[in-house]
Design a protein around this ligand. Structure first.
Ligand SMILES: Cc1ncc(C[n+]2csc(CCOP(=O)(O)OP(=O)(O)O)c2C)c(N)n1
Ligand code: SF4
Ligand SMILES: [Mg+2]
Length: 325
């Protein structure tokens, strides 16, 4: 079997909670090893080029059939299909917008009380995570719920016509910010990090192998884990549907989106972001690939550039400090 094994040890961990147990995990995997089984079936109602559906496909390949998905209202709750038809090959629990993490807490507790290790995965949009579901998310993480929360971030309320969310970046055009958003993107990762989860990571649909590995890792850890996935959205971000992967790659290459993982508090920048943090490509290439940044005010563009620079410095510094520990 290809790949190497890494060890997360509570001995070096600042997390004394015995429930967040020691695990061994594979750190290398090749595309050929991705399971052939499909858990997102063909012909969904997703838009052409929808990357959040692509992400879910890889997430469920990583998780396998012993999985329950919990989903609040979002594009994916439409994509899953209407009863009696479904595009999902695992059980799905649809729940009110604000309640996904609370619902997952209950489901997780009941499975664990039966001695079952079934994966409990919340798959929620950015609106359902950074805005409306935040309270339930915080509660579940504080209680140490054994589950994986995945936020797929298309940076707006996609299902209802691309209204701005707390996760929409500064300057982006949405249907409720026709002159460009005047507020910065909410830093949900720092909010989640404040709950000291044993594992959290960022990912992007343009790097499915990286996403797959992170999901596998998260599911091997007991306790609450979190993955924040950037999911470019052709109609919402206003780019041609065949550019989905390219736009995701540009987000990473320009440093607008950094790929990282934090295991027991130790941060590591992921391979696809290594070159970008050393020498990011000009942010203008990311802007010009999308209609939502059309005509962006040069002062706002400069603000975003500074934000990207600060973020890169912050992550590089944190990684250096993690190595020193
Ligand atoms: C309490 C409540 N408010 C509003 C809605 C309408 N609604 C359904 S999906 C959605 C957008 C969800 O946005 P997000 O979580 O970012 O997921 P996306 O649609 O972008 O995939 C909204 C506003 C709802 N279902 N329930
Ligand atoms: S609006 Fe965006 S996220 Fe929603 S189904 Fe279409 S491409 Fe996917
Ligand atoms: Mg959204």
């Amino acid at each position: 079997m290809a790949g190497t094994w890494g060890r997360i040890s509570t001995a070096v961990s600042p997390f004394p909670n015995p429930h967040y147990c020691v695990v061994y995990m594979r750190t290398g995997i090749s595309m050929a090893e991705i399971p052939k089984e499909e858990y997102v079936l063909k012909c969904t109602s997703g838009c052409a080029g929808c990357s959040s559906t692509l992400c879910l496909r890889y997430i469920l390949k990583a998780a396998g059939p012993e999985t329950v998905l919990v989903m609040p209202a979002c594009c994916t709750s439409v994509i899953q299909g209407a009863y009696p038809n479904t595009a999902m090959n695992v059980p799905v629990y649809n729940i009110a917008f604000a309640s996904a993490a609370a619902c997952a807490s209950g489901i997780s507790a009941s499975y664990r009380s039966l001695g079952k290790k079934t994966n409990i995965i919340v798959y929620a949009g950015d609106g359902g995570t950074v805005d409306i579901g935040l309270q339930a998310l915080s509660g579940a993480f504080e209680r140490g719920t054994d589950f994986l929360y995945i936020c797929y971030d298309n940076e707006a309320y996609g299902n209802t016509g691309m209204q701005r969310s707390g996760s929409t970046p500064l300057g982006a055009l949405t249907t409720t910010t026709p002159a460009g958003k005047i507020h910065a993107k909410k830093d949900i990762d720092s909010i989640v990090a404040a709950h000291s989860p044993p594992y959290m990571a960022s990912a992007c649909s343009a790097y499915p192998l990286d996403l797959f590995k992170k999901v596998r890792k998260a599911l091997e850890v007991r306790g609450p884990t979190f993955i924040h996935v950037l999911a470019p959205c052709p109609p919402g971000w206003r780019f041609p549907s065949d550019q989905t992967i390219e736009v995701g790659k540009l987000a990473v290459k320009t440093g607008m989106w950094i790929l990282w993982e934090r295991e027991y508090g130790k941060l590591k920048i992921s391979a696809p972001s290594r070159a970008a943090v050393k020498k990011p490509e000009p942010l203008a290439t990311y802007f010009s690939a999308q209609g939502r940044f059309k005509g962006i005010d040069p002062a706002v563009a400069e603000q975003l550039r500074n934000e990207v620079r600060r973020n890169i410095q912050r992550f590089v510094r944190e990684e250096e400090q993690s190595c020193d520990q």
